[in-house]
Design a protein around this ligand. Structure first.
Ligand SMILES: [Zn+2]
Length: 256
């Protein structure tokens, strides 16, 4: 192998490694992105579930409040019944018609009050019944949602663990890859990648840089295509490589 061939092979290997480095960095970026979004996805699911739990808690509170109302009405009814007994107990001691009429008025008023309380009690009991019947359905619904969330969480946590492991592997692979590249290329690559939307190595098409779409000097394009030298685009500074386009498939006409 002559010296020119050897140099050319070396340059090609450098370029190939830079292309690989970029692939690896893209992989690392994607993994970091998914690792960033997973905790938020789990938190959103959790929040939704809390909302469902809130709905159930609200129903339970409503039921508790109705039970309190029912107890109060029971006490009120009992107090009125006592009041009635006390009032009626006065009857044997009545001396005048006026007193008698007054007691009748009082018992009528108590009776009306008791009826009112009983009506209200009935209303509350019916409502309580209806609310009680809502519980099993809502509980089943919540349980279903909870199971679903737990499954989702498990899946996301597994995804997270997998991505974390893949990230560590990719970073180790990157470190190995970098060892095979000229440090001054690596430094330039890192700088360009940061400055130019994570794209530091681009292919040429004809005599055009596919990073900035500016024309290259014909000599540069030729050297990139033949791989004799590692070049950078004079406009955008990206490393230039040549990836031949796949041959267009010729369609064979099928007679109808
Ligand atoms: Zn360019």
């Amino acid at each position: 192998m002559n010296e020119a061939d050897e140099k050319r092979e070396k340059e090609q290997a450098q370029l190939k490694n830079l292309v690989e480095l970029q692939k690896k960095d893209n992989e690392i970026n994607d993994l970091k992105k998914s690792l960033e979004i997973i905790p938020g996805q789990i938190a959103a699911g959790q929040k939704e579930l809390e909302g469902k739990r809130g709905k159930m808690n609200a129903l339970q509170e409503e039921i508790d409040s109705l039970k309190k109302q029912r107890n109060q009405l029971e006490q009120d009814a009992k107090a009125e019944a006592d009041h009635m007994a006390k009032t009626k107990s006065k009857l044997p001691t009545v001396k005048t018609n006026k007193e008698y009429t007054a007691i009748l008025h009082e018992t009528d008023a108590i009776k009306a009050k008791i009826t009112e309380i009983e009506d209200k009690e009935l209303e509350v009991m019916e409502l309580l019944d209806a609310k009680d019947q809502e519980i099993p359905g809502l509980e089943a619904e919540f349980k279903g949602e909870e199971d679903q969330f737990n499954q989702y969480k498990q899946k996301k946590e597994a995804e997270q663990a997998r991505a974390q492991k893949e990230l560590e592997e990719a970073e180790a692979q990157r470190a190995t890859l970098v060892q095979d590249i000229d440090p001054k290329f690596v430094a330039h690559y890192d700088k360009i990648r940061k400055a130019r939307e994570n794209l530091a190595v681009v292919s040429i098409k004809g005599e055009t840089c596919q990073g900035c779409h500016q024309n290259l000097q014909p000599q540069v394009a030729l050297e990139v295509r033949t791989g004799v030298k590692v070049h950078q685009c004079q406009s955008c500074n990206r490393f230039l490589c040549f990836i031949p386009e796949p041959e267009p498939q010729t369609e064979t006409a099928v007679p109808k």
